[in-house]
Write a protein of this length. Structure first.
Ligand code: TEU
Length: 520
């Protein structure tokens, strides 16, 4: 494949390996399963695949606790299979992105085991953040999963873990930590990875001395200035291979966010602002406008994400009466949801995001319209649930294995029996299914090639969100129009209907929560 800037406009599909496809029937997804479904992904029409961590791991945090960055967990397969998967996807025209997790390792990683064995004051402990015995934790920090991010070792020292206790944080001031991650990048680029998704990319660096958080001072472990230098050296490595760096950056301040996207830093990063907005045209337009306005000056492409493995599934979120924009809000148990409404909106949201300029990230199962599942408390595996004292249901509800032919059985998480109705095989032959909508939309999106910038239309109609883009290749104009309001909307004259997210009224008008693509 050519060394183009493909990441600027790609449709990238997130494969949560543990729950994608189970090749050996043990209830856990694996690489063999992914390989067998590559034709499905190619037919869906995505340009790249992002694989969540598949490395050797005790799976205390679904694989985001890595014991060996250069080995595949036996539950998923082998390194040889990973290389074959990357090559086979490439033959079908899909690039592969691997997940790298630089903030922390597993407590089963050789480095951490050696640090525990070597004891207080040892050079092995300098790779982490150990602190001597004290009755109280060394500072006032609150962890990313809530609670105190410090645990004690048997010898009484504390160690820092911003996530679960099984995920000790690395000391990014140590040159060996930097070297190791640069070697890991090369390891995966050598094996054909076209990019990396950088986990928790705004963490890693910590203020010297690990001072307590104090609102009058810069945050001690979030968005530190030292990070930019780390990513500049990663960029130099990525450029050698023509690979892309994709940051997972949760940072509400758009200006600070785009600093990571300067031309010598990350190529791109997930835009979580858009995902954090409720189903409201003014809110969504504000996010689109803000995103485009802040990305343009640094020359970075916008990205659009509706879901991932950490957040409530789209059809469920949009089906909740109290839709406040969910991303920064913890999940809750038993929230009343209107799935028919959520599905209608999710279909419209798919056409909206796929028409915007930039790259789009799809999370597995979004194309099947899967809802969030409420997992019984005693079966929840996500450490976030335990860390919240059982208040937060955690993230397992969006990680349930995909239904291919019927509801998968066995399965590492319980699958609702009615999931047979969402099976990919059944949807493939139903022109009205979510899967058919995504397939058609992705094909049309490709046919517009490098469409030009967005021009807003009908800005004076508060319940309508509409814009046009003109294809550079043939000058054809592509219009996206979404109706959020109760009044049916008249489609512009002299246009051809390409695709609708739901039925038009008998008079050919656009009903509420419905989107269309038109050609002008
Ligand atoms: O998530 C990082 C992150 O910021 C999360 O704490 C996020 O705020 C939370 O999940 C929202 O509900 C990444 C991974 O995506 C996540 O799955 C991992 O658990 C985490 O890093 C630790 O590696």
């Amino acid at each position: 494949m050519s060394r183009t800037e493909w990441w600027r406009s790609a449709a990238i599909y997130q494969v949560y390996v543990r729950s994608f496809a189970d090749g050996n029937g043990d209830g856990t997804g694996d690489l063999d399963g992914v390989r067998s479904r590559l034709p499905y992904l190619a037919e869906l029409g995505v340009d790249a695949l992002w694989f969540t961590p598949w490395y050797l791991s005790p799976l205390a945090d679904g694989g985001y606790d890595i014991a060996d960055y250069r080995a595949i967990d036996p539950a998923f397969g082998t390194l040889d299979e990973a290389e074959k998967l990357i090559a086979e996807a490439g033959e079908l025209g899909m690039r592969c992105i691997v997940d790298v997790v630089p903030n922390h390792v597993s407590d089963q990683h050789e480095w951490f085991k050696a640090a525990l064995a070597a004891g207080p004051g040892s050079p092995e402990r300098e790779l982490f953040h150990f602190r001597p015995y004290s009755p109280e934790p060394p500072n006032n920090w609150v962890g990313e999963f809530g609670g105190v991010p410090w645990s004690r070792t048997e010898d009484g020292e504390w160690y820092l873990h911003l996530f679960a206790p099984q995920q000790p944080d690395l000391n990014w001031d140590h040159p060996r930590v930097r070297e190791e991650h640069e070697e890991v990048l090369r390891f995966w680029f050598e094996r054909g990875a076209a990019g990396v998704r950088i986990d928790s990319a705004a963490l890693l660096a910590k203020a010297e001395g690990l001072p307590s958080t104090d609102p009058s001072r810069p945050h001690p472990f979030h968005d530190r200035p030292e990070l930019h230098d780390i990513y500049r050296s990663w960029r130099r490595i990525a450029e050698e291979y023509g690979a892309a760096l994709i940051g997972e950056i949760w940072l509400p301040d758009a200006e600070r966010f785009t600093r990571y996207l300067r031309p010598d830093e990350l190529h791109t990063a997930f835009n979580f602002d858009f995902m954090s907005r409720p189903w409201d045209p003014a809110q969504l337009w504000e996010s689109i406008d803000l995103t485009l306005a802040t990305h343009a000056p640094v020359g970075a492409p916008a990205t659009w994400v509706l879901a991932n493995h950490d957040v409530t599934r789209t059809v469920t979120r949009y089906g909740r009466a109290e839709d406040t924009g969910f991303a920064f809000e913890r999940k809750r148990f038993s929230v009343p949801t209107d799935l028919a409404l959520g599905t209608r909106r999710a279909r419209a949201a798919a056409l909206l995001t796929l028409a915007l300029p930039g790259a789009v990230y799809l999370y597995q199962g979004e194309e099947l319209g899967l809802p969030e599942v409420e997992i019984p408390r005693d079966l929840i595996q996500d450490p976030m649930h335990a860390r919240s004292g059982g208040v937060d249901p955690g993230r397992d509800g969006c990680r349930v294995p995909l239904p291919w032919e019927g509801a998968p059985e066995p399965s590492w998480l319980p699958v609702p029996p009615d999931w047979a109705g969402y099976a990919a095989e059944r949807q493939a032959y139903d022109p009205g299914s979510m899967l058919s909508l995504y397939r058609t939309a992705l094909r049309l999106r490709r046919s517009f090639g490098e469409a030009g910038p967005l021009r807003r239309l009908r800005a004076d109609e508060p319940r309508v969100l509409s814009f046009a883009r003109t294809a550079q290749r043939d000058g054809v104009t592509w219009i996206c129009l979404v109706n959020f309001g109760p009044d049916e909307v008249v489609l512009p004259s002299d246009t051809e209907l390409l695709l609708a997210s739901g039925p038009l009224s008998p008079r050919g008008l656009l009903p509420q929560d419905t989107a269309v693509w038109l050609r002008a």
